[in-house]
Design a protein around this ligand. Structure first.
Ligand code: ADP
Ligand code: ZN
Length: 818
């Protein structure tokens, strides 16, 4: 009887495919093993064995598995169960989860592009014939597809060969974001083989008796090696022996010492000596810790609501310590990894090399290495710090998941599928591992607090800042009054302008927040009213003065700004609104002495963009930092006395049911950067709506009131967390087609769900990259069976796809759209 394997492919298909397992591969495949399989006419894919069985498929003639790629399963049963949950809950295919969950280095396929690797060595002595052929071909043509390589070596299944070469560093894969691969290496030094062993060493020292400096170096090296041949860095030896590079060089030239390079362990992040002494917790922190433990004991996720600078990180560190000393793993989730430099340093000081960072900028090999560490549960991966995608790492035994800044909307994946929420997916994963979950925030999401109120989560609180530093004093500045009284200097009201002057005079620092980048969001002709628009999207182009360009923030389109209006030809162009670039420019005029820096998407693109800006600000090389919401995320600066919000109104008037909640969170978080030590910090919020409830709640730090009002509104208008929402987006380049298709779909849905269906509607920006968008929202009441609802939608979708003119419309599900 034949054995069949059900294989999951990393493509968005609803079902898996079955292959025959050839005799010679028997026993090599279990659930979670990668296999190379043919698909379609001539394609090869890396798939995952899901199940072995004896049922021959009826609908097609199964092809044989080409090759087994793993000796141990790459993916565990727990992971598969987790993926299945993600696919079902977020309405996507398991293949899409597979593709997201596994580093692309594990998923070679015919279309993958291959380049020379860091250890590319085409010498015929060392390489196999096939490896040599590939290497040689890459000498002539720097990029080859897997398909082309397959032709070159004249084998159909080159995936095993390439996986092997990849592991040896002979090739690398082209990544979507091309980046240069620079393996980090350090110089090490050792005695040449012939001098190792006691007798040989003595003889050597004898010959060096007239070169005391050189023998001192040898002795020092011996000590540093701790007898056991521990690798010693050249630099360390130089320092310890007080030796010059020349003395070392002399020994190298004499063939006594040899230098060699070791790749710095790519997985480890730094080498600051760990300082395992933990700070003493304050009584508030102790109380919170107790409440957290009590919550964990009840088996519930715990929400830690601690005001900004209350010292949440120290509490996390305690919990991490407890879990890893019990031999279990910790996943520390952050909304965005790029700006957590400070946090990484803090964690490394305590946990040393037991912390690893799962960074989007890791290259393919580094990701693979980290994967195996996490899977084996090695000490190096005791604590994994990462953004939402680290939820898919193959944890051996998770004991705790921390979700820091749990209110951040970057936890939700927007595109592509799976459109999952990191916080909610974490809670499910923790369930599979029997791990505890702690959600932390100074401004918890309405959802999480709602779950606390309904008894689903437990609560721990810290209402005071660490060291009893006062929360900042927040004042609202009425912009219309300031304009009326002619007190404005550019975009700066008198109180803000004066406050900046005072803070600078006291040699303290200022943060200014404006939630728009560029110089001005709109350029408008004074004569005819024309405003340049993006040719691909329904938005006006933002003016970037520094580059003299108009740019689209949706698709990246840009062109030079001409002095004449495109429409009427007059040179009467003016700008409306303002962004960070304009704030920076005005500051330079108003405070010419001050050192001003800017942090937004435009200034942080380079690899170390953030670190440079944050580092300079920490080192007080910058007096004023202007930025977008990047400034809000958990930064701990010691010397900021003033935070200014340039204009709160765009946040208030954003057309979204969450606008007010977000405004509260954003402003509270930015405000929280002020006065974290010693004196009380100040915050000035400029607005045309100084009597707006939300701004008042921000200024008095009244989370409770904000929560009450927002929940009331959500109940009135039926929005989350009172109901669940599934947003269905329709996308097509033809306006009529998309509106007809979405209309058809909405009608079918109304027959099922009646009033719970909203739309279809065009969003505020209806066309992006020449694609029209239309949305339907479905509100799902509590208690309404979720999987049945989703099945009904899928049934409608199948009928929709059966209509030929609709088939080309893309339908996108966003469950728990935020
Ligand atoms: P949060 O994350 O709640 O905003 P942090 O964890 O950044 O606050 O803590 C604010 C500041 O207080 C940090 O500089 C931190 O080092 C300091 N801090 C917090 N707890 C302690 C403690 N127990 N001992 C010493 N310093 C502490
Ligand atoms: Zn555009």
């Amino acid at each position: 009887m034949d054995t069949f394997v059900e294989v999951l492919l990393p493509i968005p298909l609803e079902r898996n495919f079955t292959y025959i397992l050839p005799e010679e591969m028997m026993g090599e495949v279990v659930t979670g093993t990668r296999v190379a399989v043919p698909f379609g006419k001539s394609k090869l894919y890396t798939g995952l064995a899901i199940r072995l069985h004896g049922e021959r498929p009826q609908a097609y003639d199964p092809k044989p598995v080409y090759r087994v790629l793993d000796t141990e399963p790459l993916v565990s049963a727990v992971q598969l169960r987790h993926w299945q949950w993600v696919a079902e809950y977020y309405m996507c295919t398991l293949g899409e989860v597979f593709r997201t969950a596994v580093p692309s280095g594990f998923l070679l396929e015919s279309e993958t592009r291959v380049l020379k690797g860091p250890d590319f060595n085409p010498s015929p002595e060392e390489a196999t014939d096939a490896e040599y052929l590939v290497a040689e071909a890459l000498e002539h043509q720097p990029v080859l597809s897997v398909q082309e390589i397959s032709d070159i070596v004249d084998r159909k299944n080159v995936l095993p060969l390439l996986h092997g070469m990849l592991a040896k560093g002979q090739i690398r894969l082209q990544e979507r974001l091309q980046e240069k691969y620079n393996p980090k290496t350090a110089r090490y030094i050792r005695l040449r083989e012939v001098f190792r062993g006691e007798a040989a060493l003595e003889a050597l020292l004898e010959t060096l008796s007239r070169a005391p400096r050189q023998s001192a170096i040898i002795l020092q090296l011996f000590q540093l090696q701790e007898g056991a041949g521990k690798p010693v860095r050249s630099k360390v030896l130089e320092e310890k022996a007080g030796a010059s590079r020349a003395a070392l060089k002399a020994l190298i030239d004499k063939d006594v010492l040899e230098e060699y390079h070791l790749e710095e362990d790519r997985v480890a992040v730094g080498e600051e000596a760990p300082d395992s002494r933990l700070p003493v917790l304050s009584s508030h922190q102790e109380q919170a810790l107790t409440a957290i433990h009590t919550g964990f004991e009840s088996g519930k996720p715990v929400l830690l609501h601690g005001v900004t600078s209350s010292g949440k990180t120290e509490v996390y560190i305690r919990l991490i310590e407890e879990v890893i000393s019990a031999g279990r793993q910790v996943l520390y989730l952050v909304p965005e990894i790029a700006i957590t430099e400070q946090l990484i340093r803090r964690l490394q000081r305590v946990f040393g090399t037991r912390v690893v960072v799962f960074h989007s900028r890791l290259n393919i090999m580094e990701r693979a290495e980290l994967w195996y560490h996490v899977q084996a549960g090695t000490e190096k991966a005791a604590v994994v710090l990462g953004a939402r995608s680290s939820l898919f790492l193959p944890f051996a035994d998770l004991g705790l998941i921390l979700v820091d800044e749990e209110h951040e909307n970057t936890y939700k994946q927007f595109d592509p599928a799976p459109r999952y929420h990191g916080r909610d997916t974490a809670i499910v994963l923790a369930g599979f591992h029997g791990a505890d979950v702690l959600l932390g925030s100074a401004t918890p999401s309405i959802e999480s607090m709602y779950n606390v109120r309904r008894g689903k989560y437990a609560l721990a609180r810290m209402d005071r800042r660490y060291g009893d530093v006062l929360l900042p004093d927040i004042q609202l500045v009425d912009l219309s009054e300031q304009f009326r009284k002619k007190k404005m200097k550019g975009r700066f009201s008198e109180p803000l302008h004066e406050a900046i002057g005072e803070v600078l005079a006291a040699r303290q620092q200022v943060i200014l927040f404006q939630n728009r980048r560029g110089y001005a969001p709109i350029v408008e002709c004074q004569s005819c009213g024309h405003a340049p628009q993006c040719p691909n999207c329904d938005v006006s182009l933002t003016f970037h003065k520094y580059r003299g360009e108009l740019r689209c923030h949706y698709c990246g389109y840009h062109r030079a700004l001409e002095p004449q209006c495109d429409a009427c030809g007059n040179t009467t162009l003016d700008t409306k609104g303002f962004g960070t670039e304009q704030v920076e420019a005005e500051l330079k005029e108003l405070f010419p002495e001050a050192r001003v820096d800017r942090m937004d998407l435009d200034t942080t693109r380079g690899k170390y963009g953030y670190q440079k800006i944050i580092g300079a600000f920490e080192a007080r090389e910058t007096d004023i930092l202007v930025g977008t919401q990047m400034l809000t995320k958990g930064l701990d600066f010691r010397n900021v006395a003033l935070v200014g919000i340039m204009n709160a109104d765009t946040l208030l008037h954003f057309p979204h049911f969450r606008a007010h909640e977000r405004c509260f969170q954003l402003l509270t978080q930015v405000a929280g950067r002020s006065g974290r030590t010693r004196e009380r910090g100040r915050v000035l919020i400029q607005t045309y709506n100084p009597y707006h409830q939300i701004l008042k709640q921000v200024s008095t730090g009244d989370y409770k009131e904000m929560y009450k009002e927002q929940v009331y509104e959500r109940e009135q208008f039926r929005y989350p967390p009172v109901v669940r929402i599934i947003k269905i987006t329709f996308r097509h380049k033809d306006y009529n087609r998309v509106s007809e298709g979405a209309g058809w779909f909405a009608k079918a849905m109304r027959q099922q769900f009646g009033q719970a269906v909203l739309g279809p509607e065009f969003p505020p920006v209806a066309r992006i990259r020449n694609q029209y968008h239309m949305n339907i929202l479905l509100k799902i009441a509590q208690g309404q069976p979720l999987s049945q609802t989703k099945n009904s939608i899928k049934r409608i979708h199948r009928s929709f796809d059966a209509i030929s003119q609709y088939r080309s419309i893309r339908v996108i599900y966003n469950v728990d759209y935020i």
